[in-house]
Design a protein. Structure first.
Length: 212
């Protein structure tokens, strides 16, 4: 008669350690997944304490695909960090800037139609800022989209008549307009409008201000 086979049962402590290890691995996997840029995670990060930092990192990371970097930029605008988007993109290499801008344009064009005036304004500003990162043809298209959205939103009582057309030439102002503020410091317009701005500039950027 063949001997009866016996089933090996691991000690309880070993089983517990195994379950703990599996749980740890699962947790690490979840954490790693939550830290990886994706469309779902980008939306999640808008609601978390460390979200803004992760959104910034995703926007600045060359290894993240441009579509997701553009989505991170939109999320930063959503949470009130539009200036951070501008400064971050400015610091990137030209190829990165152009790739992000190409993906960001259509997102901003949709978002600036938001019924909330503040949100629409934030995205109009974001779209306008993109002009510096794209070729001339795209600059023209952005300007036209910006003007069209202003008209649709009835920001002004009448239709905007400004047109986005190529520059035909530059014409310097007449001689009596040159250095006008320095030559007419007591002129009311200079006193009430220009002089305070120049003083503010001097206070904000003392190392750059030359007084000329």
């Amino acid at each position: 008669m063949a001997p009866k086979a016996t089933r090996y049962r691991a000690p309880v402590a070993a089983q517990a350690a195994g379950f703990a290890w599996l749980a740890l691995c699962s947790s690490i996997g979840l954490i790693t997944g939550c830290n990886k840029p994706s469309s779902d995670n980008i939306q999640l990060w808008k609601t978390t304490e460390k979200g803004p930092e992760r959104l910034h990192d995703a926007l600045a990371d060359h290894g993240v695909e441009p579509r997701l970097r553009a989505e991170a930029a939109v999320a930063l605008v959503d949470i009130g960090r539009a200036e951070e988007v501008d400064t971050t993109i400015q610091a990137l290499p030209p190829d990165d800037r152009e790739a992000i801008a190409k993906n960001l344009e259509p997102l901003c064009e949709v978002a600036m139609k938001d019924p909330s005036p503040d949100k629409a304004l934030a995205y109009r500003d974001a779209l306008y800022s993109l002009r510096q990162f794209v070729p001339p043809d795209e600059q023209k298209r952005i300007a036209e989209a910006y003007i069209a959205q202003l008209d649709q939103s009835k920001v002004f009582p009448r239709q905007i008549v400004t047109k986005a057309v190529p520059l035909q030439g530059f014409y310097p102002a007449e001689a009596y307009h040159q250095n006008y503020a320095a030559l007419h410091p007591n002129q009311p317009y200079i006193v009430f409008n220009d002089a305070p701005k120049v003083e503010h500039l001097r206070q904000e950027f003392p190392d750059l201000y030359t007084g000329k």
